[in-house]
Design a protein around this ligand. Structure first.
Ligand code: NAD
Length: 524
């Protein structure tokens, strides 16, 4: 490589050039945070945490309320920023980013303290002692974000981290770095007004190495949201320092449409499941498993609706339903999966190609007759492609739903509640929503996360708040007794006494226990 080429590459890695994915317009550039800077930011966050960890819940509620007010006051501006950075529609940004974030703040304010206050539990045999579970903040939470939800991916983990007394350092995606400075200002304004150090939440920008530096920086926990491949890298890196991680990875979610489903409800759930954020949704309905009895009617109706979808620049003159692909390279990934399916015999009844324009688009697409060996049935698409598969029975639907290495979420549509629940019970996934798409995410008391290749650990609700804590077991005196428990020096007969005591406590039935007690008394 020439000196000029090396120097150009190095410069490129020192900064990120940001583009509007819907128009290709250059937005500007942001600096890459170096590993040394990451370490210093984490150490400042740790200092800020020392002050914050001593605040009580009412103070944390006050600060979260201020954050909510900031978001509401600047909602239109934030939406426009998200649209520029990610290429999604204004409606998707308002419904899918602002709303869930506000709901999360509301839910945390309403129930957070209940989930985190010390909890008395039975002390078992130790009646003279009191047993308590306490939830202490971990310290500094490292958050690594993908590009599909520039605001929500940041605030999703930061809200529970803050409420449980932690500081956070958040690496945003290199594909949606343009919005980072404005989101940082949101936090800065709140902490300035509330009287806390800005270092409680710091957004950093960079590529994979910046993320890797954060994982190895000594943070107390990492919340990684992204692809399975990078999740594995994060896990390998975190093993070196034994840093615990939550992995929120990809999915290949099934949406099962039973033959007794309400047709309109199913069609609109499918449209939402596939075309929200142009399918760049971890919870997307990646596979529509449609029962034979409703298949033709479903395909006809959903095709009619999808043909009418308008695509283009969400901030342009024309009104659009579906926006752009945030990461330009994703167009090629989606295209390759669609072409592979078509080459193997699938039919694109709607769309099927790249969209027009200087921006990055893939047409809203519906594929039918997709053969089992098509890659699109097994690999995450993360694009606006509805893959409709005919299934013969409940068993067939469940088998296909589980025929994936992922396990994030799922949907079942049926008018028979017992049937829907029976099917839901058999799906291996972190969530199932009956008769609606992804509403589990809007009930913020429900934990969110996957199984198998979709990762592990939970955000949201009680589990999400407690995941940000050192769950500490504390034992204190119930009575002011100060009798020493003398184990030393060991005396003859101690072993027998221990054995008889265990038999007396745990033998099956009164007779056996009475015998053990008698032996114990005799031995004493
Ligand atoms: P990605 O894995 O390419 O990148 C995610 C983040 O990881 C980026 O910030 C990136 O810079 C960083 N990164 C890359 N290499 C790293 C390394 N070695 N160490 C640490 N960090 C590193 O994912 P993406 O393409 O941005 O996002 C799409 C993926 O995210 C899809 O698979 C999608 O399903 C998944 N996703 C999952 C959820 C969920 O909650 N389960 C939510 C949104 C997206």
């Amino acid at each position: 490589m020439s000196v000029e080429a090396v120097s150009a590459t190095t410069k490129l890695l020192e900064r990120i050039e940001c583009f509007d994915p819907a128009t290709g317009a250059y937005l500007g550039e942001v600096a890459v945070t170096t590993p040394d800077e990451v370490r210093s930011i984490v150490s400042c966050a740790r200092e800020a945490h020392q002050l914050w960890r001593n605040t009580d819940f009412s103070e944390r509620r006050r600060v979260l309320r201020m954050l909510m007010d900031q978001i509401l006051r600047h909602a239109d501006e934030l939406v426009e920023l998200i649209v520029r950075d990610a290429g999604k529609t204004r409606e998707n940004a308002m419904l899918g980013e602002i709303w869930p974030v506000c709901e999360k703040i509301r839910a945390t304010i309403a129930t957070g303290e209940r989930h985190l206050r010390p909890e008395r539990v039975s002390s078992g045999l130790l009646v003279h002692k009191q047993a308590t579970i306490e939830y202490h903040p971990l310290g500094v939470i490292g958050v690594i974000c993908p590009w599909n939800y520039p605001l929500q991916n940041v605030l999703g983990p930061v809200i529970p981290a803050l409420f449980s007394g932690n500081a956070s350092v958040v690496k945003v995606s290199e594909w949606t770095s343009w919005s980072a400075a404005r989101i940082q200002k949101l936090f800065d304004d709140v902490f300035d007004a509330a009287g806390y150090p800005r270092e409680l939440v710091t957004l950093i920008t960079g590529y994979g190495p910046t993320g890797a530096a954060l994982v190895g920086s000594g943070v107390d926990k990492v919340v990684f949201t992204g692809s399975m491949r990078n999740g594995q890298r994060v896990l390998a890196e975190s093993a070196k320092t034994l840093t615990p991680v939550i992995l929120e990875l990809g999915g290949k979610d099934a949406m099962i449409v039973c033959d007794d489903a309400d047709l309109e409800q199913a069609v609109h759930a499918a449209l939402a499941g596939v075309f929200i954020a142009a399918g760049q949704n971890c919870l997307a309905a990646e596979r529509l498993l449609v029962f034979d009895g409703i298949y033709d009617a479903f395909v006809a109706r959903v095709t009619e609706e999808a043909r009418g979808l308008r695509q283009g620049d969400p901030l342009g003159d024309a009104f659009v339903d579906v926006g752009a692909m945030t990461m330009p390279g994703q167009v090629a990934i989606v295209e390759a999966l669609v072409n592979d399916a078509v080459e193997r015999g699938a039919r694109a009844v709607v769309g099927g190609r790249r969209g027009e324009g200087p921006g990055s688009f893939f047409q809203p697409t519906i594929l039918v007759d997709v053969p089992d060996d098509a890659r699109i049935l097994h690999e995450e698409t993360f694009g606006p492609v509805m893959v409709v598969v005919r299934v013969a029975s409940e068993e067939d639907a469940v088998r296909r739903a589980n025929e994936t290495e992922y396990g994030l979420a799922s949907t079942v549509l049926s008018r028979d509640a017992r049937r829907a629940k029976r099917i839901a019970d058999q799906i291996i996934a972190g969530a199932t929503c009956v008769n609606d798409f992804a509403l589990t995410y809007m009930a913020q008391e429900l934990p969110f996360g996957g199984v198998r290749g979709s990762g592990f650990g939970r955000l949201n609700g009680r589990e999400g708040l407690r995941a940000m804590c050192n769950v500490k077991s504390v034992m204190t005196d119930r009575f002011p007794l100060h009798q020493p428990a003398k184990l030393y020096p060991v005396k003859r007969g101690d072993y027998e006494t221990a054995k008889r005591t265990i038999e007396m406590l745990y033998s099956d039935g009164l007779v056996a226990r009475a015998k053990a007690l008698w032996k114990l008394i005799r031995g004493a």
